[in-house]
Ligand binder design. Structure first.
Ligand code: AMP
Ligand code: GLY
Length: 443
């Protein structure tokens, strides 16, 4: 029997924990710190891991927990611990941890690293230039014109990107990042890049240093409001598969994007292990351009993708850790679609403590075609964790209602029906998740 530790607290981690718990070989899934959903999931329990020793490294609490609780495998959800080297630290301590090393995680941790890497390996991406000085950045904007894209260099939870429609908006983004320091250190350096046109898709793989296992394709909706308008968010909903990724596009992505990453990291002496997420723009000709790399699974893409996964996640990660990833996995042929319900003020701010009503009874029956994954949720009384306690909001993205159905429009309807029954003060969600794919279905 196995014990697993999932690091993180979002919808992605709820989906990962839920998938792991479904495997009969698994005894306990610990989630650090988790959310109300992971606390309620059968076989899962939340743990708070903080080091009591001020002088210890920030990863030491995780390592101590693994050693004291016979953890067989650690699955790291979010980018922040990957970028600071949690996988390196676990390996040094003899703990099996699934994710990229700090070196490889720079693909997400630094936009400048990622752009230079793509330039050196001829991976198709938008033309760009990096700046630390506002005057030079504005001169470059004048030269290139609008629309143009401004990105904070470091991690900014998906919010450090401004797609400027006008020169004025581009100037404002430069002033916010370089002059007013709105994004802190993450924005002390900016990347300015060419605006790419086309349809976006998320291409996520598992990589074990040499073998590549592509996950089912997906598409995320990053803008806050319907019609893909409003500010960028971490993602307001996603579905899988993404019809824009045809067989031909799939092959191009594998040969022009993913394989070059694997080869270049090997050449650099840093084999890539873990999930790799390529955020793509697919142009009219079906050619993929990399918008960004993430060194982890997507959120909310994980929720619909894992809803479709029929192979054991635990087996896949074990094979990945052993350098023996298969080249494909088993997927439910039906599409899945997830709708994020966000709290008041998201993405600028978020709200905590609003009581959530209308959550469906937790059901771990695999035939159940709708699953509510929790993200920013907690219990109103965190002392005693049982399902009688009220579940309250605890962050920006609160829930992701995910449905499997025979078509993307049916999945959208099924997810909307459950979403509409859930309520809390200030709840906001989009009713048009999947609209690109639904338009294709209808044509
Ligand atoms: P990122 O955090 O780099 O993925 O950017 C967030 C979102 O901004 C992307 O999902 C795109 O919708 C948009 N975006 C970023 N870079 C570009 C670009 N070069 N051209 C067009 N849209 C972009
Ligand atoms: N959904 C976008 C991301 O995970 O970065």
């Amino acid at each position: 029997m196995m014990n697993i530790l999932v690091i993180g607290s979002g919808g992605r981690e709820h989906a990962l924990a839920w998938q792991c718990a479904k495997d009969d070989k698994v005894n306990n899934v610990y989630v650090a710190p988790g959310n109300a959903g992971t606390a309620l999931e059968p076989k899962c329990q939340n743990v708070v891991l903080v080091s009591t020793d001020e002088n210890a490294s920030e990863h030491s609490a995780i390592i101590d927990f693994c050693q004291n609780n016979a953890i067989d495998m650690v699955i790291v959800g979010p980018e922040a611990p990957l970028v600071t080297g949690i996988v390196d630290a676990c390996r040094d301590a003899g703990i099996q941890a699934w994710g990229p090393t700090a070196y490889c995680a720079q693909l997400e941790g630094s936009k400048t690293f990622a752009k230079e890497f793509m330039e050196q390996t001829n991976i198709p991406t938008a033309a760009y230039k990096g700046f630390t000085e506002a005057v030079a950045a504005k001169a470059y904007i004048d030269e290139k014109g609008a629309p143009i894209v401004i990105k904070a260099d470091g991690l900014a939870a998906g919010k450090g990107v401004i797609v400027a429609e006008t020169i004025e908006q581009a100037y404002e983004a430069i002033d916010d990042m370089l002059a007013d320091n709105k994004f802190g250190d993450a924005g002390s350096r900016v990347v300015i890049e060419q605006f790419l046109q086309g349809e976006e898709a998320s291409f996520i793989c598992m990589i074990d240093g040499k073998n590549i296992l592509p996950m089912a394709t997906s598409q995320d909706h990053k803008r806050a409001f319907e019609g893909d308008t409003g500010p960028n968010t971490g993602g307001m909903g996603a579905y899988s598969p993404a019809p824009v990724v045809t067989q031909d596009v799939h092959e191009k992505v594998m040969t022009q994007v993913i394989q070059p990453v694997v080869d270049a990291m090997n050449n650099a002496g840093h084999p890539y292990t873990g999930f790799l997420y390529a955020g793509l723009m697919i142009d009219e000709a079906g050619d993929p351009y990399v918008i960004e790399f993430n060194c982890r699974f997507g959120d909310p893409e994980t929720q619909p993708i894992l809803m479709r996964l029929q192979s054991s996640m635990v087996d896949l990660v074990a094979q990945g850790l052993a350098g023996q990833l298969p080249s494909d996995a088993q997927w439910d042929s039906r599409p899945a679609l997830g709708i994020v319900i966000a709290s008041k003020g998201y993405p600028e701010t978020s709200s905590k403590g609003d009581v959530i009503a209308g959550l469906p009874e937790l059901d771990d029956n695999n035939d159940n075609a709708v699953k509510v994954f929790h993200a920013g949720t907690a219990f109103s009384d965190s002392d005693a964790i049982d399902r009688e306690k009220e579940v309250v909001t605890n962050g920006g993205r609160v829930l992701c209602v995910t449905a499997l159905a025979d078509s993307i429009s049916d999945a959208q309807q099924a997810a909307l029906a459950v979403t509409g029954a859930i309520s809390f003060d200030g709840a906001q969600y989009r009713r048009d998740i999947g609209h690109h794919a639904i338009a294709r279905e209808n044509s």
